[in-house]
Design a protein around this ligand. Structure first.
Ligand code: FAD
Length: 449
């Protein structure tokens, strides 16, 4: 794929965001010789893994004037992936023996992930590329093919304007809450919150709480809240009838289909006709893709939570390779995917790897959208790669000539899903894939030598 038409070129690149995706994008861009500025509006690198007890002024996260709290982590959060598959491919997420203040568990607490990302930034010299407390407020293309980036320092009035050859958007997608539309909610007298603003269970002590959603967060938070609440009711859009009703192992958790309506006497009616009198509704209903700073003259849109059109979830064909996105996909181990997407972008920007023509990329996007439609998937599922994550990874590996994914990774993911469904309450502490853990560590040792 190396281009012999265009000479290898170094670019000046803006990376927006210093979470896992921005840090690895910066590293890959620099490895290819590009100059990089990373803009980060937070006080430290790590993105969503920078836990804060602070919450937003609007517990639903809808007020456009609220001060955004980026992180969606609650205090007790442990990873939902084993650390072996979670880490970057060439920087294993292993226990640091020389630091006693680490969490050695296979599914560690959030602080361990932040430390890992901070180690990564330090070891690869990324910190010096990052401008902390600097928010990007505008990105747009100007004549001559350059990108104008306007940024503002926290507490500062003045806006800085700079020009770059390319922009890589790495702002994450777990900070702009999506909430469920519920008939009657305007007259319902209870309190509402989005899981984005959940930190601790104590406000729910002795309360009757309805949680909407069936993701990992809904299940984890539901179990935690059940430790203090009187009753917890989970409302799910897509679950089998066999899992409805009182949940095994808990005398105060029930699962229902979606909410039909809520009423001014405080009751919540579910689609199966069951009714509860509740004091809280928590929306564990996910997030929106949101790029308020991005001006592409309508070329890229986020309609119905599809960022598009994008070639392979990364490049808008019309603006490629000058604008790209890392980290939009979900339902796959994120860090290794971010790493490969970043390698692809970095090598494309220096002409080492060539993209197909715009027409070919657009054709690919159209085919992809048609296939989603044919299989009945709504456009908000566009970036869900669960069913083809290894195919996607293999494709990225081929594009940038990276070493292939190790076999144990795929096997470990299969074992993980099996364990998750067999032990939904204890999968973080009990497993049966010790042989794969051993293989992973043998592999890591080779890399760390
Ligand atoms: P983020 O980590 O969100 O980083 C984006 C950065 O961009 C932030 O630092 C933000 O301040 C900055 N930014 C945003 N807008 C601007 C702007 N305009 N100007 C400047 N800077 C800006 N993944 C796993 O692998 N394992 C897990 O167990 C796991 N658990 C999760 C649990 C929860 C509750 C959530 C919400 C996510 C979880 N994830 C997990 C997914 C996690 O989001 C990814 O692992 C990954 O950390 C996302 O990295 P990112 O860099 O794409 O985004």
């Amino acid at each position: 794929m190396a281009s012999d038409i265009h000479p290898i070129t170094k670019r000046h690149v803006a990376v927006i965001g210093a979470g896992a995706s921005g840090l690895v994008a910066a590293r890959e861009l620099r490895r290819e010789g590009h100059t990089v500025v990373v803009f980060e509006r937070g006080e430290q690198v790590g993105g969503v893994w920078v836990y804060t007890p602070e919450v937003e002024s609007d517990p639903l996260g809808l007020d456009p004037h609220r001060e955004v709290v980026h992180s969606s982590l609650y205090q007790s959060l442990r990873t939902n992936l084993p650390r072996e598959v979670m880490g970057f491919r060439d920087y294993p997420f292993v226990v640091k023996e020389d630091d006693e203040d680490r969490d050695p568990r296979r599914f560690p607490g959030h602080r361990e992930v932040l430390k890992y990302l901070q180690d990564f930034a330090r070891e690869f010299g990324i910190n010096k590329l990052v401008r902390l407390e600097t928010e990007v407020i505008y990105v747009g293309m100007v004549e001559g093919g350059k990108w104008k980036v306007k940024s503002r320092r926290r507490y500062g009035e003045s806006v800085e304007e700079e020009y770059f050859d390319a922009v890589v958007v790495c702002v994450g997608h777990y900070w702009q809450p999506l909430i469920a539309q519920i008939p009657g909610i305007d007259v319902w007298p209870g309190k509402q919150i989005h899981s984005h603003n959940y930190r601790l269970s104590h406000p729910f002590r002795d309360k009757v709480v309805v949680l909407i959603g069936c993701s990992t967060s809904a299940n984890d938070i539901g179990r935690e809240v059940a430790g203090v609440a009187k009753e917890v009711h989970l409302a799910c859009r897509s679950i089998g009838h066999e899992t409805l009703g009182q949940q095994p192992g808990y005398d105060n958790i029930w699962r229902h289909p979606m909410i039909e309506s809520v009423h001014n006497d405080g009751t919540v009616l579910f689609q199966d006709g069951s009714i509860v009198l509740a004091e809280f509704i928590m929306h564990c209903t996910g997030y929106k893709y949101y790029f308020p700073f991005l001006d592409t003259n309508g070329i890229v849109s986020t309609h119905d939570n599809r960022v598009g059109p994008l070639y392979k979830h990364v490049f808008p064909p019309e603006l490629a390779p000058w604008l790209s996105f890392v980290g939009l996909v979900y339902k796959a181990a994120p860090f290794p995917v971010f790493e490969l997407q970043s390698k692809w972008i970095a090598s494309t920007l220096c002409n080492r790897v060539e993209l197909p023509s715009r027409e070919e990329m657009m054709k690919d996007v159209r085919t992809f959208y048609s296939s989603l439609e044919a299989s009945g998937k709504p456009s908000r599922q566009t970036h869900n790669i669960l069913e083809y994550q290894f195919e996607y990874i293999g494709w990225l590996v081929d594009q940038c000539g990276a070493p292939p994914h190790e076999e144990w990774r795929e096997q470990m993911c299969v074992a993980y899903f099996k364990n998750l469904s067999a032990r939904p309450n204890s999968y973080r502490d009990e497993w049966e894939d010790e042989d794969l853990v051993l293989q992973a560590h043998q592999d890591f040792l080779k890399r760390l030598k």
